[in-house]
Design a binder for this molecule. Structure first.
Ligand code: NAD
Ligand code: WQD
Length: 363
């Protein structure tokens, strides 16, 4: 049963397109499933729940009124992938979120990261190729730029040597995709380099679910404000920035999710020049740590206890995205402000504390 790859991309608006989302119960994956379902896609999720909760599935269904197919499987398990692709022969594309993402842990346990993040992509590509699935979108990261010499960072900015095994897996995965697509010109792929995704769906039903103490700024802020930590440590105020604290390009996870739908449509409509492309996903605006704290305090009315401490090793001073390519080629632009991000993150934290994910919420 060999499908003709070239008959794939013509898309009628009445078609219900089915896509496979790896890591679909995770933070960015769950928001993307919502956007895809809202845009009329059918979604198959594969996630081994190593960093997420199956209760997310019902939450997604509450938001969109649509169910997803769900497989609790490890993407390194090729037989499991084979089975999913044979049960859903009408899958037209894959969005690949499944990976481990804790930078510090990757330094402590490099093989855990190399195994999951590299083997995961390789096994996925092998099974996509044999099931003749022609499109893939990969979750890359602005971490590939390190500290760029010139700002904003464009897609042509040099990829600098990674400072952690996690960051290295993103660089290697981009290379794997590029090499694979070079010799498989009938297949197409996009790497999306996310800047700093924060915030949550405005209804407070889904959001980030950090396991253990969060390393990232936004969940640490909301957990401190709700009383789980005594104070936020601000890592350094002696950077060469206006207020001395480090600058990042924070992007609302709902904007990020919508960018995946736009990128998916670009693949399905065959509208990109090359069969492999890379896009930055950010707002184009840099904000300092103190500006994020100020936004949080202003939108929520909650005073945040914080203290300036030493710089965190490995942190870059400042980075923000050039969004020109995504704006012009994909026609996508972020809509939400920093205030929307900090407020939605807070609403999610409050919902989490009132209404824990519970077992009867699970499917
Ligand atoms: P997340 O941990 O919330 O989601 C990842 C999901 O993948 C989790 O649900 C986890 O259970 C699942 N998973 C991990 N390994 C798996 C495996 N072998 N098989 C099946 N499922 C597996 O993380 P996220 O923040 O949603 O990130 C999604 C992707 O985006 C990751 O690839 C991450 O590296 C990338 N990314 C994230 C950020 C960020 O700041 N959140 C920034 C840049 C890139
Ligand atoms: C943001 C700013 C900190 C915590 C990391 C990964 C990157 C990407 C996104 C996946 C920095 C400061 C933080 C705290 C603080 N992930 N901070 N106190 O480091 O830009 O990026 O997540 O790809 O690869 O490296 O994000 O949220 O950790 O930090 O002062 O308790 O907040 O120093 O300036 P980062 P972050």
């Amino acid at each position: 049963d060999h499908r003709d790859l070239h008959s794939f991309p013509t898309r009628r608006s009445s078609d219900l397109m089915k896509v496979l989302i790896t890591g679909g119960t995770g933070f960015i994956g769950s928001h993307t499933v919502v956007s895809l379902q809202e845009q009329g896609f059918e979604v198959v999720i594969v996630d081994n729940l190593s960093n997420s909760d199956s209760a997310v599935l019902n939450r997604i269904a509450k938001i969109t009124g649509k169910e997803s197919y769900f497989y609790c499987e490890d993407i390194c398990n090729r037989d499991a992938l084979k089975n999913i692709f044979s049960e859903h022969q009408d899958i037209v594309a894959v969005i690949h979120f499944a990976a481990f993402k804790a930078v510090g842990e990757s330094v402590e346990q490099p093989l855990k990261y190399y195994h999951n993040n590299i083997t995961g992509l390789v096994s996925l590509l092998e099974e996509m190729k044999s099931a003749r699935i022609p499109n893939i979108i990969f979750s890359s990261s602005a971490t590939v730029y390190g500290q760029p010499e010139n700002l904003p960072a464009t897609e042509d900015s040099p990829v600098l040597p990674a400072t952690s095994p996690y960051g290295n897996t993103k660089q290697i995965n981009e290379q794997i995709l590029r090499d694979f697509l070079l010799v498989n010109q009938d297949l197409k792929g996009i790497s999306l380099r996310y800047f700093n995704p924060i915030g949550a769906h405005p209804g407070g039903l889904i959001g980030e679910l950090p396991i253990g103490t969060p390393n990232n700024l936004m969940p640490f802020i909301t957990q401190t404000a709700i009383g789980k930590h005594a104070e936020l440590k601000v890592f350094g105020n002696d950077y060469n920035t206006p207020d001395g604290t480090a600058i990042r390009d924070y992007i609302h996870v709902v904007d990020l999710a919508e960018a995946h739908v736009v990128a998916m449509n670009a693949l399905l409509n065959n509208s990109l020049k090359e069969n492999y492309s890379v896009f930055n996903l950010g707002t184009g605006n840099g904000f300092s740590v103190l500006e994020v704290i100020q936004s949080f305090e202003k939108t929520t009315g909650v005073k945040l206890p914080y203290r300036i401490v030493e710089r965190r090793p490995g942190d870059v001073e400042q980075i923000y995205a050039s969004t020109k390519l995504a704006n012009e080629v994909l026609g996508w632009k972020a809509k939400y402000s920093l205030d929307d991000m900090t407020l939605s993150a807070w609403n999610w934290e409050k919902r989490l504390s009132e209404q824990h994910f519970s077992y009867d919420d699970k499917v």
